[in-house]
Design a protein around this ligand. Structure first.
Ligand code: ADP
Ligand code: MG
Length: 231
């Protein structure tokens, strides 16, 4: 059985309708989408050990089935430069998670490398009753909600579709290097759109996908957060 099938089956067996950040990124990497190197730590010591293996600086995030928006509850700590900072961040995340009403179960924290910054974009998949999986591309961060600056295509897409999806959003100049900022690698974004389209087309168990954000950089693009919902 493929790693993808195993991850989906494990989630289904435990009665879950979603994949956490770690599982979602495993599935995406299997499908050829670059993500940060992300591991699940179940204790403070484990978080510190993983951070050392991955290399500083790292990010720590809460992993809980009840917490969807991790930073809203203080569940994301970025740019941790040494073991002591990781230990402190672990304690703070656990305290924040326990303080929210949302949280009944905590699986641990994800430990991952800090990604070099880029323009934040999002790629998503949702299912339409009539058309099946629909792929979305847009600018990430607050702009996505504010401007609804997104493009859509029915899956599967061609490279030409991917190219057009990227070019047709209003914020496209941001990706071309607006006012002296670095231009993003458009080919790398097309690759991600194509891989996500393929994954959605061949995996009927997937109901929704959310890669938010992806950092679009000069040389490449990488997903730093991901969530998959199952049928
Ligand atoms: P959530 O969306 O659940 O609040 P994210 O995992 O998206 O949490 O993290 C919040 C923000 O932190 C991201 O939008 C991104 O700007 C930043 N971030 C998250 N992970 C990384 C990382 N590995 N490297 C650099 N920045 C990150
Ligand atoms: Mg996110």
């Amino acid at each position: 059985m493929s790693a993808t099938a195993t991850i989906i089956e494990n989630a289904q067996k435990s009665g879950r309708k979603y994949l956490n950040e770690i599982e979602s990124k495993q599935l995406l990497r299997e499908a050829g989408v670059p993500t940060t190197d992300t591991r699940l730590a179940k204790s403070r010591d484990e978080a510190m050990a993983f951070a050392k293996e991955i290399g500083f600086p790292v990010a720590l995030k809460i992993i809980s089935p009840d917490i969807v928006h991790k930073s809203d509850i203080g569940g994301v700590k970025l740019g941790l430069g040494d073991g002591a900072a990781v230990g402190k961040a672990y304690n703070e995340i656990m305290a924040a998670a326990k303080a929210t009403q949302q949280s009944s179960k905590i699986d641990g924290v994800s430990v991952q490398n800090m990604a070099k910054p880029g323009v934040e974009v999002i790629v998503g998949v949702s299912k339409d009753r009539q058309f099946g999986p629909v792929l979305m591309f847009g600018i990430g961060g607050i702009l996505v909600e504010l401007l609804k600056d997104v493009s859509f295509r029915i899956v599967p897409i061609t490279r030409r579709d991917a190219h057009e999806m990227i070019k047709e959003i209003k914020s496209f100049p941001l990706l071309e290097g607006y006012r002296g900022s670095e231009p993003a690698n458009i080919k790398a974004l097309e690759d991600i759109l194509l891989k996500v389209s393929e994954l959605a087309a061949k995996t009927p168990q997937i109901k929704e996908m959310d890669l938010n954000p992806i950092f679009a950089r000069r040389d490449d693009a990488i997903a730093v957060d991901a969530r998959i919902i199952l049928e």
